[in-house]
Ligand binder design. Structure first.
Ligand SMILES: [Zn+2]
Length: 404
C-alpha cells in the first residue's frame, strides 16, 4: 500500500483475484493471500517497531558497499546525518499506549513524533532514511519523553555502526545542548548544530567580548550562484563555552551571512556550534555541509508529508504499536523508492519521463488495477517500452538541486 502509494491497492487486487484468478499483490509483493485492511491492522498492532529496524541498516550497508553512495561520502569527515524531528499525529480522542500525552487547560492532547535520521549530502536531492527513533513513553522514566532523548537513544544504539570520527550529526538549535553534544563526542561522532543567541547567552556574550578585542575572525568572499553574485561573510571563533557552567563544553562557532552583491539584500544567515576544527580555507565547505540539514528538512519532510507518503495521515492507530509500525513501513517505502532511484537506470528513466512523482504512482496504480504483471521488472519494462524510451539513448542527467 505504501510502496504503490494507494490505499485501495489491496481492494483492487482482491477484485482482480476474483475476475482473473491471479493478482499483483501476489506477483509483486509475494503475498499468498490478500488480507483485508482490518486484518492487516490486527496483525501489525502487536509488533514492536524495533523489529522493522534491520531492513534500514541492511539497505544502507548494501548501498554503501555497492558504491552507490559515493556522492554522500567525504563531507566533514565522511557521512552527514541530519536529525529531523517531526510530529506526525495529534488528537484529543484517539490514543494508544505509545502516545505522548500533554494536558493543557484540563484537556488531554495525544501525539506521536519521531526523529528521522537521514544521510544527506550537499547537492544531492535524495536523502537516505536510516532507522528512526520514536518519541514515546519509556519504561522506568517518570518524565515525558522528548525529541532530544529519542535522539540520544538512537545515537547510543547506532553510533558504533560507523567508524569512529566518520559521522557528523546535523541538527537544529534544540540539539546544541551540552549533554547531547557531550554524548555525541563520547560516541566518537561529530556535530554541527544551529546555535541561536537566545538559547546560548553565555556563548554569545563571549563572542561580543572577543569581537571588541578583535578575537573573532571575519572573512568575506564573492560567489557566483549560477544567476548572480553573492557575498558570503563568515565570522568564526574557537573554544567558546556552550553554556554558563563551571565545566562548560568548549565548541567552535561559525556564522555566515549571505547577501546579494547587487542589491545588498540579505539572502541567508545562520550560525552553528561544532566540534570540528575551523580553518579559513575550510569555511565554505563547512557552511555548505551545515546548510544541508536545512535542505533536508524542507525536501524530506515535505516529500513525506505532502507528496504521496502522507506521513500525517492516520492510516490506523491500534491499541499497541500500530501507529508506529505503519510509519516505519511508510519510511521503508520511501527508502526503497530512493534505492530504485539510485540503483535502477530503467526506473530512473521512467520517473524522469513522467516528470512528477504523482504521475508515476498514478500510472502504477492504474496499471496494477487492470493488468496483471508477473514481476516488478515486467511492470517497469512495460512502462519503459510503452513510453518509447530507447534503450540506446543516453540517460537524462540525474536531477541535482541548483544550489547546495
Ligand atoms: Zn498513540
Amino acid at each position: 500500500m505504501f510502496f504503490v502509494q494507494s490505499p485501495s491497492f489491496l481492494a483492487h487486487q482482491r477484485d482482480m483475484q476474483r475476475h482473473q484468478g491471479q493478482n499483483n499483490a501476489q506477483s509483486l509483493f509475494g503475498l499468498d493471500q490478500v488480507p483485508s485492511d482490518p486484518q492487516i491492522r490486527n496483525l501489525l498492532d502487536p509488533i514492536a517497531p524495533e523489529h522493522l529496524a534491520s531492513p534500514f541498516w541492511r539497505v544502507f550497508e548494501h548501498l554503501r558497499d555497492g558504491d552507490y553512495l559515493k556522492a554522500y561520502q567525504g563531507h566533514l569527515g565522511l557521512w552527514l546525518c541530519a536529525l529531523d524531528g517531526t510530529q506526525y499525529f495529534s488528537s484529543q480522542k484517539m490514543h494508544c499506549a505509545q502516545c505522548t500525552t500533554r494536558v493543557v487547560n484540563e484537556r488531554t492532547y495525544y501525539s506521536h513524533s519521531l526523529v528521522a535520521p537521514l544521510i544527506v549530502a550537499p547537492g544531492e536531492p535524495r536523502v537516505i532514511a536510516l532507522e528512526p527513533e520514536f518519541v514515546r513513553p519509556q519504561d522506568g522514566w517518570e518524565k515525558q519523553d522528548c525529541e532530544l532523548r529519542a535522539a540520544e537513544r538512537w545515537l547510543q544504539r547506532n553510533a558504533s555502526r560507523f567508524p569512529p570520527g566518520s559521522l557528523t550529526l546535523l541538527g537544529d538549535d534544540l540539539y546544541s545542548h551540552q549533554p547531547f553534544c557531550e554524548l555525541v563526542i563520547a560516541q566518537h561522532c561529530h556535530f554541527v548544530f544551529t546555535c541561536k543567541p537566545d538559547s546560548h547567552p553565555a556563548l554569545y556574550q563571549e563572542i561580543d567580548l572577543l569581537t571588541k578585542v578583535g578575537g573573532v575572525a571575519g572573512v568575506s568572499e564573492r560567489r557566483w550562484n549560477g544567476q548572480r553574485h553573492e557575498v558570503w561573510t563568515y565570522r568564526y571563533a574557537m573554544r567558546l563555552p556552550l553554556r554558563a557552567d563551571t565545566q562548560p563544553l568548549y565548541v567552535n562557532w561559525c556564522e555566515v551571512t549571505i547577501t546579494d552583491e547587487a542589491t545588498g539584500e540579505l539572502i541567508y544567515r545562520n550560525a552553528w556550534a561544532t566540534d570540528h576544527a575551523l580553518t579559513e580555507s575550510g569555511l565554505h565547505a563547512f557552511v555548505v555541509a551545515a546548510r544541508t540539514r536545512w535542505k533536508s528538512e524542507n525536501e524530506n519532510n515535505n516529500v513525506l508529508k505532502n507528496y504521496g507518503y502522507h506521513l500525517e495521515h492516520n492510516f490506523g492507530h491500534g491499541q499497541h504499536y500500530l501507529a508506529l509500525v505503519l510509519v516505519m513501513l511508510n519510511l521503508l517505502a520511501f527508502l526503497f523508492h530512493t534505492v530504485l532511484d539510485l540503483c535502477d537506470e530503467q526506473y530512473r528513466r521512467v520517473r524522469a519521463e513522467l516528470a512528477t512523482r504523482q504521475t508515476f504512482f498514478h500510472d502504477v496504480q492504474a496499471l496494477t488495477r487492470y493488468l496483471y504483471f508477473d514481476s516488478w521488472q515486467v511492470l517497469l519494462n512495460f512502462m519503459f517500452t510503452r513510453l518509447e524510451l530507447d534503450t540506446d539513448s543516453p540517460s537524462p542527467p540525474r536531477r541535482r538541486s541548483k544550489r547546495p
